[in-house]
Design a binder for this molecule. Structure first.
Ligand code: EPU
Length: 251
């Protein structure tokens, strides 16, 4: 990254890629990605030290087996720990930010590796105060002690809720829009009767209306047309401006 910065070569960092919509055609950036084989995870008392490249679900299970809970709601959220930190990933009342005590990151602005205390990071709904070019390297979490069996029961409940309400076996980037304060993007899109609505092969899921599915060979352009179309309809009907939850890499 230092070399790329020195040479002024544009670059971006990709985590698990599960919440990113990437433009069609070539990208004008070098894309960097941490290797995911055997990322480090260890537990010491109530602290868990986890590499950013680790799989988020894998981390939840690893901690659960060591009787550390709290993150049951995150079990079905796909992606890497680094991506989850950056977005403050959350589900079923749990957000990863609540458990973060320290983050080790590469600060592109200074070219140095720094350790930031959890209290110095702002974690909001699907948003954090990290700089866009900070690269997450490692996290220290502090987790409540809980017997494995209890954690497993919580995980089961979340898995069932998710299976019942989300299109898990179809291709999607999860929820497309953030929920507006006090509202639900999915419910509004559903109320507009838009389940199954398409732009090319991009389709509003008929299970959860805030999930847009690749129903064949959808291009990014198809997805963007569908996003604009749905946003416009929600604006007209509900007077509400939906903000993207999915991250867009547009050329
Ligand atoms: N609803 C409908 N029709 C739909 C979808 C939802 O009427 O097609 C209704 C539901 O019946 C429910 C309400 O809308 O009364 C909320 O739906 P749900 O419980 O599914 O949660 P959500 O607000 O749509 C959020 C997160 C999800 C997360 C779930 C569970 C956002 C944008 N979405 O969805 O996160 O999994 O809660 O905690 O915050 C994601 O971030 O990609 C994501 C999927």
């Amino acid at each position: 990254m230092r070399l790329l910065a020195d040479e002024k070569i544009p670059h971006r960092f990709l985590g698990g890629g599960t919440n990113v919509l990437i433009d069609d055609g070539e990208l004008p950036w070098v894309v960097l990605h941490l290797p995911t084989s055997q990322p480090g995870m260890r537990v010491e008392g109530n602290a868990a030290y986890v590499d950013a490249a680790a799989d988020l679900g894998g981390m939840v299970t690893f901690c659960a087996k060591r009787d550390l809970g709290g993150m049951e709601g995150l079990i079905g959220v796909p992606g890497s720990v680094g991506g989850a930190l950056r977005m403050n990933a959350g589900a079923y009342g749990t957000q990863i930010g609540s458990y973060v005590r320290e983050v080790e990151l590469y600060r592109a602005a200074t070219g140095e590796i720094e350790t930031v205390r959890g209290n110095d990071i702002r974690f909001d709904y699907r948003h954090t105060s990290f700089a866009p070019d900070d690269v997450m390297l490692r996290v220290k979490l502090e987790l409540p002690s809980k017997p494995f069996k209890e954690i497993l029961a919580g995980i089961k409940v979340c898995n069932e809720k998710r299976r019942a309400s989300q299109p898990l076996n179809q291709k999607s980037a999860g929820c497309i829009f953030k929920n507006p304060p006090g509202g639900s993007a999915g419910r509004m899109i559903d109320e507009l009767g838009l389940k199954g609505h398409r732009a090319g092969d991009a389709m509003v899921s008929d299970r959860h209306a805030n999930f847009f599915i690749n129903a064949g060979k959808a291009s990014c352009a198809d997805m963007l047309r569908l996003i604009d179309d749905v946003r416009e309809r929600v604006r007209t009907r509900f007077g509400m401006e939906l903000e993207n939850e999915v991250i867009l890499w547009k050329n």
